[in-house]
Design a protein around this ligand. Structure first.
Ligand SMILES: CC(C)(COP(=O)(O)OP(=O)(O)OC[C@H]1O[C@@H](n2cnc3c(N)ncnc32)[C@H](O)[C@@H]1OP(=O)(O)O)[C@@H](O)C(=O)NCCC(=O)NCCS
Length: 144
């Protein structure tokens, strides 16, 4: 099992997991743009025996990092893979960066993962998502 940068060759696998994981998934074009074209974007995938199990999308502008998207395919959840992807990213970005994310207020599993990684709620965006759901804004509190 390894984590590596995604390329467009991984697009179909990522898109399939994205569709299985979200009610409002990113489109293939959005995913492709992040993988190939966005200069501040980094996309990492967790691969086992050639099979993509999960991914994480971030924007890194050195001073500030946004965790944009993380998913683990349904059959592989609750096995530590989400934590593994998150830890990989947190280990490899600048120690001075402020790290933020937004998450649907109802996404209990993701919120638990983020709290376990050291994120704390710092605010809410009212009716931020499709359907009027609030976003919880979280920031990583580092132990240094
Ligand atoms: C959120 C998600 C990525 C977590 O991935 P995962 O591989 O299942 O998570 P892990 O097994 O690494 O769990 C990490 C921690 O998250 C928490 N957690 C994850 N799933 C949980 C669940 N079903 N119930 C309770 N806590 C959960 C736990 O704190 C866990 O730590 P622990 O096992 O030491 O208790 C996965 O559920 C997923 O892909 N969800 C759909 C997509 C999504 O909502 N993404 C986030 C929004 S961008």
């Amino acid at each position: 099992m390894k984590i590596r940068c995604a390329s467009l060759d991984d697009l179909e696998s990522i898109h399939a997991i994205e569709q299985r994981s979200f009610k409002h998934p990113w489109t293939k074009n959005q995913l492709a743009y992040e993988i190939e074209n966005d200069p501040v974007s980094q996309v990492y995938i967790l691969v086992d025996d050639g099979i993509v199990l999960g991914y994480i999308f971030i924007h890194d502008t050195t001073q500030e990092v946004q965790i944009l998207n993380i998913a683990v395919d349904q059959d592989y959840r609750k096995s530590g893979y989400g934590k593994h992807l998150m830890n990989y990213v947190l280990k490899n970005i600048s120690k001075n960066a402020n790290i933020f994310l937004e998450v649907r207020a109802s996404n209990f599993n993701a919120i638990q993962l983020y709290i376990a990684a050291g994120f704390k709620e710092i605010g809410r965006r009212q009716a931020y998502y499709h359907g009027g759901e609030d976003a919880i804004v979280m920031k990583l509190k580092r132990n240094i």
